[in-house]
Design a protein around this ligand. Structure first.
Ligand code: ATP
Length: 253
């Protein structure tokens, strides 16, 4: 990776870019993943590269859903594996969720490399090889494991495409997404849409999971039943508007 000086004003974003590029070189991320990262970065700029109040609210509700689930699964694609392998593993460890690799640009080699990469980052078991069940989709994201995504009651699908998200919701699952674009089909379809950067979101969720594990079940249920995704998304869009107004006010002519 290129050496990025820590005092560079865009340090975090440049490091993320390097990680996705390294993922492509390692064969775990598809070349198209670079475009997804770029799209995410532009929304992060508009958001102000911070976890907003609405994002923190969605993250708490998401953690409550994962902690209350019978069979929670964290779905991992090539970008997630490149950007935050240790963070996914840590969230799975704290919550007891399973990890499953699920790819749009699927090859057996890529699935194998991602599983090995997650194991090198501390994962004990990672599902994804030898898929034995199928979701009604016309592309390779349909291929899943019966004890994983197929039978999961709660699925975390970070950096998702809209049609799989829609299908998983149709199957009756609680679908949690992490997507910086509050206007994407994914964000508009999911049960709980976290409009935040993957890295920040997973860090926050791990911290919340530690705290919330000790909370009473009723408190967790309350967090979910009082959560409204439409309001959360409209709050996320208002936060972008407010941030842009602040930037306009700061422009020095
Ligand atoms: P949809 O079908 O839901 O409209 P899309 O076609 O935009 O989605 P992709 O191109 O697969 O889907 O991109 C995935 C989404 O992930 C994009 O909306 C992008 O903003 C978001 N994204 C990319 N990188 C990150 C990141 N690091 N953190 C959070 N979100 C990200």
């Amino acid at each position: 990776m290129t050496n990025i000086p820590k005092d560079h004003p865009r340090y975090e974003s440049l490091i993320a870019r390097e990680k996705v590029a390294a993922g492509v070189k390692m064969g775990i991320t598809s070349i198209q993943g670079l475009i997804s990262q770029g799209r995410g970065e532009s929304f992060d700029y508009l958001i102000g590269e911070r976890s907003t109040e609405s994002a923190l609210h969605a993250e708490r509700a998401a953690v409550a859903a994962i902690l209350l689930a019978k069979n929670p699964v964290l779905s991992v694609n090539g970008n997630v594996a490149a950007l935050a392998p240790e963070k996914i593993v840590s969230l799975a460890d704290i919550t007891g969720a399973k990890i499953e690799v699920n790819l749009f640009h699927r090859t057996d080699t890529r699935v194998h490399l991602i599983i090995e990469h997650l194991k090198a980052n501390g994962a004990f078991e990672v599902l994804g090889k030898n898929p034995d069940a199928s979701i009604e989709l016309s592309h390779d994201r349909r291929l899943v494991r019966s004890e994983g995504i197929y039978s999961a009651d709660v699925v975390l699908v970070p950096l998702e495409d809209g049609d799989r998200c829609e299908k998983l919701v149709e199957m009756g699952k609680t679908v949690i997404t992490i997507d910086l674009n509050p206007l994407s089909r994914t964000s508009r379809t999911a049960t709980i849409s976290i409009v935040d950067n993957l890295t920040r979101a997973l860090e926050n969720m791990a911290k919340f999971a530690w705290e919330m594990k000790r909370e009473r079940k009723e408190e967790l249920v309350k967090l979910i039943t009082t959560y409204d995704n439409k309001s959360a998304l409209s709050e996320a869009i208002s936060e972008i508007q407010e941030h842009l107004k602040t930037l306009v006010a700061e422009i020095d002519y």
